[in-house]
Write a protein that binds this ligand. Structure first.
Ligand SMILES: [Zn+2]
Length: 163
């Protein structure tokens, strides 16, 4: 499979491109940490548009060391004042054990996957609370920064604030 269809779409995109020279700050003062899941439209679900928010995604929407690195840059250099941490319903890393994910990947890959770590979560809401606390308690995240933890329902499009 080549990338030709996507590059053709990109030329169409560029023909209407109007963000040239746009700065890299978050114009709505918002950062979003969410899952890689293709059902999630981080900007659309918050009524935002390109330029408004910093977005960091990984499996599960977890606060990892690299997510913290992104948020420290976001709050100090990119005008972010509010951070939303947004895991979602029916997430693969919250509904499988690590052994189950390794078995599924091994079946797809045709080779052993038992060495591959997968950061699974057994209690999604508890993990979200810990992640909110990780951001709040980071020495380089000022107290003035608002941090919220939300569960996104992939079947209704609604956010449920948990923290
Ligand atoms: Zn997910």
């Amino acid at each position: 499979m080549s990338f030709n269809d996507l590059l053709e779409a990109n030329r169409e995109f560029a023909a209407h491109f109007d963000l040239a020279g746009f700065d890299g700050v978050a114009h709505a003062g918002v950062a979003i940490v969410t899952c890689m899941d293709s059902r999630i439209d981080p900007l659309g679900m918050l009524g935002l548009k390109p330029g408004d928010a910093k977005i960091f995604r990984n499996p599960g929407g977890r606060i990892t060391p690299q997510a913290l690195e992104a948020l420290v840059l976001a709050v100090h250099l990119l005008k972010v004042e509010r951070v939303l941490i947004v895991p979602h319903t029916r997430c693969a890393v919250a509904s499988n054990t690590e052994a189950e994910l390794r078995a599924q990947v091994a079946a797809s890959a045709g080779i052993d996957a038992s060495w591959q770590p997968f950061s699974v979560i057994s209690d999604q809401v508890a993990a979200l609370g810990e992640d909110v606390q990780k951001v709040h308690s980071h020495p380089l995240v000022p107290d003035s920064i608002e941090v919220g933890g939300f569960l996104y329902d992939v079947d209704t499009g609604l956010l449920d604030q948990k923290y």
